[in-house]
Design a protein around this ligand. Structure first.
Ligand code: ADP
Ligand code: MG
Length: 351
């Protein structure tokens, strides 16, 4: 689990930059018809169906800021780096089709480490049916930097923006919330234990779901397909990367609506509830502010209530109100608390 110093190490310089790119990408296959030229030329060439619109999104991941290699296996990091980007593509209701991958690495990484990283990227691209069509490779004086750009396709009239929620719409979230953040807390705690006693083996049995949500998140492509199948087009959509409350606020501000969000409707996994009790944390605060859930948050018209309610993948957690009513959490005790971007403050309680 923690960094193993004994594995065999081959230095990057033994291959050279071009040899390295060839080596890392040799198993990548092109599967999309729209990919005309992939890795190997000066630029990739894509040819899309002219009736669709193209979405493009980029994320930058920096060692020490966005990930910690002492508990993040490189294969998982590669997988997660792709998920972070695909999640944004799916939040636009698009089908992800291609990615580019750029990395900057210091010579403390052996080729074996980069092979792991690329194995994760390849696994993600196979599961999510995307082509890796290029990137850039550079040396870095400090840590590892990964930048991924994802490309997707969507029908013009199916794009789900943040700015188009309407008063009266229902607020819906996929899956459950808070687990990835708690997984990080569990891993941080194990890291501290490991520092004091390097012979200790982490006991993560009780936290398997939490750790998996942190180390191997899945972008909700399945949700976009399910929505299509049940013929529900969200009136707005966003992916949950920073925590429920900040995403709700994004939709409200950009759509110029208010919101009532119900605390008792927020979906929580049993492991989130039990671990919050153990860590003496408030599960609502974790769900609201935890982040990295990569679930989809969206609004639907009231007439879609039946279709959404019948499906176990969805939770209806609130409704949109007039902008003048503000953005509130209705607690279990039936008090109204103003939602703020970083958690909620009981002092804001309204009479
Ligand atoms: P240039 O000098 O024109 O930037 P490179 O030598 O960097 O070209 O890249 C050669 C080819 O390899 C290009 O197709 C590029 O997109 C691809 N490539 C470079 N680095 C990576 C990487 N880290 N992952 C995937 N493809 C890469
Ligand atoms: Mg280059």
């Amino acid at each position: 689990m923690f960094e193993n110093k004994d594995e065999s190490r081959t230095s990057i310089s033994s291959l050279g930059e071009f040899g390295l790119i060839d080596h890392l990408t040799e198993h990548f296959k092109i599967t999309r018809k729209s990919t005309k030229i992939g890795i190997g030329d000066d630029a990739a060439v894509l040819d899309f169906d002219a009736k669709k619109q193209v979405v493009v999104t980029t994320d930058l991941l920096i060692e020490g800021v966005h990930f910690d290699l002492s508990y993040m296996p490189l294969k998982h990091l590669g997988y997660k780096a792709v998920m972070v980007n695909l999640s944004d593509v799916y939040a636009m209701n698009a089908e992800a089709t291609q990615i580019t991958v750029s990395i900057a690495v210091s010579n403390r990484f052996p080729i074996e480490a980069l092979e792991e990283l690329y194995a994760g990227i390849q696994a993600a691209s196979e599961v999510y049916k995307i082509d890796v069509i290029g990137g850039d490779t550079s040396s870095s004086t400090s840590g590892l930097v990964i930048s991924i750009t994802a490309i997707g396709l969507v029908d013009e009239d199916k794009v789900t923006k943040r700015s188009t929620a309407k008063e009266g719409d229902l607020l819906v979230v996929s899956g459950d919330l808070g687990a990835a953040y708690l997984g990080l807390q569990v891993l941080e705690r194990e890291k501290q234990v490991f520092k004091v006693n390097p012979n200790s083996q982490p006991d993560l049995e009780k936290y398997t779901y939490l750790v998996e949500r942190q180390l191997k998140p899945e972008a909700r492509r399945d949700i976009t397909l399910l929505l299509k199948e049940i013929e529900v087009l969200p009136t707005s959509m966003i992916d949950i990367s920073d925590g429920l409350s900040s995403e709700v606020i994004h939709i409200c501000k950009q759509s110029k609506v208010g919101c009532n969000l119900y605390e008792d409707k927020i979906p929580l996994d049993p492991q989130v509830i039990s671990t919050c009790e153990e860590f003496n944390m408030d599960s609502t605060t974790i769900a609201l502010s935890g982040g990295e859930d990569y679930e989809l948050l969206f609004t639907v018209k009231q007439e879609d209530f039946i279709k959404i309610k019948a499906n176990p993948h969805f939770s209806i957690i609130g409704h949109m109100t007039n902008e003048s009513e503000g953005i509130h959490l209705i607690t279990r005790a039936n008090t109204k608390i103003q939602l703020i971007a970083r958690g909620w403050n009981a002092l804001d309680e309204e009479k």
